[in-house]
Design a protein around this ligand. Structure first.
Ligand code: ARG
Length: 455
């Protein structure tokens, strides 16, 4: 490609460190799409003739067919996808191929291809996040009133419902989805026409190519257009946060599956056995989703470190931008799909959850609230009395609903047996009617809202 200036071939090691076709071949479709738009624009603006444009478009179509058929020769000596396509175009159509690169550089070309790839990855991720949200809503709906313990510090805190718990993740994934949408909107400016870095002396029409390629507008500064990769960083940040949410749900599935919790079962479809312990049924998919979050964060960190401190504009460092994005989005898409599969597959063991919902004095707050409401005690005093009641339960080896009235009255003489009706997990949950609370009607209202959003 640069034989005019060079007389010797690169050293083998030079080629080895320089070559990127092994991974940027994944940009082939975007590269062809960008070239088609560029060629059409060059023709429309009179930079190249209609005959040359027609030959180029025909050649690009043939290359597209070869790639589709798996017969395209990806060659290391042509370094990257851009030069592989151009070299093949020359073989197919001859010298007209040399006109395609008019008013374009690999710098704006790769910025364009990569931006389009990341844009599509964001769209795919968003669709898969929505699919996962639908699976969660579908699972939550029949369990809007199914009792389970709510935890803080992984200690029993207050009873909640299984539906409420699942819907918490629907909210998280909703924000994740909107982060992909935001990133997409910000990245949707076309770098094409920035050329090497300074723009082009040819009468190019950047609005035309931007529109043809689905961008809102051309990027307004040619240096920025070729030099920045914040669109990829932002997408990786969104992917990382999504993966963190996924890892928390995965961790809960792992916990819930243990015989100690016994909250859910997964079928054989989403579990594995052990080669030595015949009784085992392991939640490997959940564990792998939990682990893969490391790839997203690692990829974000990798790209951030590549970009940090780079002077404007393009440096070859930036060739290392693609692998982290490919790896992160591959892992993310697989994780999202596996999680949606597990959510659909999991069945709660309702009796175990209900039993656990009442364990650990989980309705102690309800007792304190009763003392405030019925006896007009300051909450701090009610908290103290309730703490003493729990202590008394521990001495007697009972739970709060079975603590004798006399023991409660020893702590506060005005307590009546009306208190017992707030001490069951069911009553506790039913009382939490504040907006966004765990009362089944509130949970149902949120399920309804999300069903409409996701429809
Ligand atoms: N393969 C290169 C990359 O991915 C394409 C851009 C090369 N530009 C350059 N000035 N050497 O970044």
């Amino acid at each position: 490609m640069w034989g005019g200036r060079f007389s010797d071939k690169p050293a083998e090691l030079m080629q080895a460190i320089n070559v990127s076709i092994g991974f940027d071949r994944r940009l082939a479709a975007q590269d062809l799409e960008g070239s088609r738009a560029h060629a059409a624009m060059l023709q429309k603006t009179g930079v190249i003739t209609s005959e040359d444009a027609a030959a180029i478009l025909k050649g690009l179509a043939a290359i597209g067919a070869e790639i589709e058929a798996g017969t395209f020769p990806f060659r290391e000596e042509f370094e990257d996808i851009h030069m592989n396509v151009e070299a093949r175009l020359r073989e197919l159509i001859g010298s007209a191929a040399g006109r395609l690169h008019t008013a374009r550089s690999r710098n704006d070309q790769v910025a364009l291809d990569f931006r389009m790839w990341v844009r599509e990855a964001c769209d795919r991720a968003q669709a898969q996040v929505r699919a996962l949200q639908k699976a969660l809503v579908t699972k939550a709906e029949p369990h809007a009133a199914t009792l389970m313990p709510g935890f803080t510090h992984l200690q029993p805190a207050q009873p909640v419902t299984f539906g409420h718990h699942l819907m918490a993740y629907v909210e998280m994934f909703g924000r994740d989805s909107s982060r992909f949408a935001d990133a997409r909107a910000r990245m949707n400016e076309s770098p094409l026409g920035a050329a090497a870095l300074a723009g082009s002396p040819f009468p190019i029409d950047r609005d035309m190519t931007a529109k043809a390629l689905g961008f809102d507008r051309p990027a307004a500064n040619s240096l920025d257009a070729v030099a920045d990769r914040d669109f990829a960083l932002e997408a990786l940040a969104a992917a990382t946060i999504t993966a963190i949410h996924l890892s928390r749900l995965a961790e809960e599935i792992v916990l819930w599956m243990t015989p100690q919790f016994g909250f859910i079962t997964l079928t054989d479809a989403f579990t594995t056995g052990s080669s030595i312990m015949p009784q085992k049924k392991n939640p490997d998919a959940a564990e792998l989703v939990r682990a893969k979050a490391g790839r997203m964060l690692g990829s974000f960190t990798q790209l951030a470190v590549v970009m940090k401190g780079l002077p404007l504009t393009y440096s070859k460092d930036m060739q290392e931008d693609k692998v982290p994005a490919f790896e992160a989005f591959d892992a993310l898409e697989l994780s999202l799909r596996a999680m949606a599969g597990m959510v659909a597959d999991m069945q709660p063991t309702v009796e175990n959850m209900a039993k656990a919902a009442g364990a650990g004095f989980s309705t102690a707050t309800d007792l304190a609230d009763w003392l405030v409401r019925e006896l007009a005690l300051p909450f701090r005093d009610a908290h103290h009395i309730t703490g003493a009641a729990v202590k008394r339960c521990e001495e007697l080896g009972c739970d709060l609903p079975s603590l004798p009235l006399a023991d409660l009255q020893a702590l506060e003489p005005r307590v009546t047996d009306g208190v017992y009706k707030v001490l069951t997990p069911k009553a506790s949950v039913a009382s939490r009617t504040s907006y966004g609370g765990t009362a089944p009607d509130q949970v149902r209202a949120q399920i309804k809202r999300w069903k409409e959003i996701l429809a």
